[in-house]
Write a protein that binds this ligand. Structure first.
Ligand SMILES: Nc1ncnc2c1ncn2[C@@H]1O[C@H](COP(=O)(O)OP(=O)(O)OP(=O)(O)O)[C@@H](O)[C@H]1O
Length: 286
């Protein structure tokens, strides 16, 4: 197959994918989206003969638009534009998980500091404020008191980019010092890990310790439902343990898997490329 890999920076994750694709003698065109121009009617030459495109753009904004252009050009893309749209935005992510009946932390959205403060007071302390767009745990706030809430809201309202004026307020989940990341292809778990830390932000990007997690039937079922809720694809489903069950706090669409690959006794890039081969075969004209 001929894979178009869309990127703006080649991380270790992309290197792992590229080397697996090349080991299997697949043709790969690396497409640096910073150097391309996307015309509304005509596809850039780089996409010629590409069987399947894999969006690995770091910046959410690029990912969202590039996948739309690929759709318009008729090039199959992992992940689909609609999936990118739903995963890139925490509000949309929460809404589709809730609508699909997937347990997810209770969340309010408010547009003014006064109404946000009402939500915060209702959730009680601590609760969590998250930027609606963002990753790696950046600009997340655990709000411990009313005075902290007032200060954070004022900072966001005064100094924040317009997206920070959409206040996303979430209940604090008393997880056991770790969360769970499951990488899945069309809802089928590939492998999973726990991310542990003394810090309330346990994600690997923040330096949390990673360990293999054996996916139980209950987790597999939640992962499948969470994946379906955003339209499937190659996804990272994040869950927290709640004591007697789980809650899914996020589904990621340009999932990083290097940390997972390093801690499991399983070849993650190989499993991803197996799945890509299947997808490309399904997309091929009969
Ligand atoms: N409601 C919550 N209660 C308690 N802890 C939370 C809550 N939401 C998130 N966390 C913790 O914060 C971490 C980052 O959360 P989240 O995944 O929402 O942020 P992110 O910036 O999108 O991170 P990433 O893109 O790396 O997954 C989680 O790994 C989890 O440890």
């Amino acid at each position: 197959m001929h894979v178009g890999l869309l990127y703006s920076r080649i991380r270790r994750d992309e290197k792992l994918l590229l080397s697996e694709l090349r080991d299997r003698d697949h043709e790969v065109t690396k497409i640096d989206v910073r150097k391309e121009r996307f015309n509304i009617g005509e596809a850039p030459d780089a996409f010629e003969d590409v069987d399947i495109a894999v969006d690995r753009c770091l910046a959410t904004s690029r990912s969202k638009y590039v996948t739309r252009f690929l759709d318009a050009y008729g090039v199959p893309v992992i992940n689909a534009a609609d999936t990118a749209e739903l995963c890139a935005d925490k509000v949309k992510n929460s809404l589709v998980l809730e609508a699909a009946g997937v347990p997810t932390p209770n969340t309010d959205v408010a547009f003014t500091t006064d109404s946000a403060l009402e939500s915060i007071e209702e959730f009680g302390y601590p609760c969590v404020l998250k930027p609606v767009i963002g990753s790696w745990g950046r600009l997340m706030a655990k709000v411990d008191s009313r005075s902290a809430a007032e200060a954070i809201l004022e900072h966001k309202a005064t100094l924040g980019h317009y997206e920070h004026k959409v206040f996303y307020i979430q209940e604090f989940v008393e997880k056991p010092g770790r969360d769970i990341r499951v990488v899945a292809t069309d809802g089928e778990p590939v492998a999973a890990m726990t991310r542990s830390s003394d810090h309330w932000l346990t994600n690997a990007a923040k330096g949390g310790e990673v360990n293999e997690f054996e996916v139980t039937d209950e987790v597999a079922e939640l992962v499948e439902r969470a994946s379906d809720a955003v339209g499937g694809g190659l996804l990272g489903v994040d869950l927290m343990e709640t004591g007697d069950s789980y809650t899914v706090h996020e589904v990621n669409h340009t999932v990083e898997f290097k940390a997972l690959d390093s801690c499991v006794d399983f070849d993650v890039p190989a499993a991803i490329v197996d799945w890509l081969e299947e997808k490309a075969a399904q997309e091929a004209p009969a």
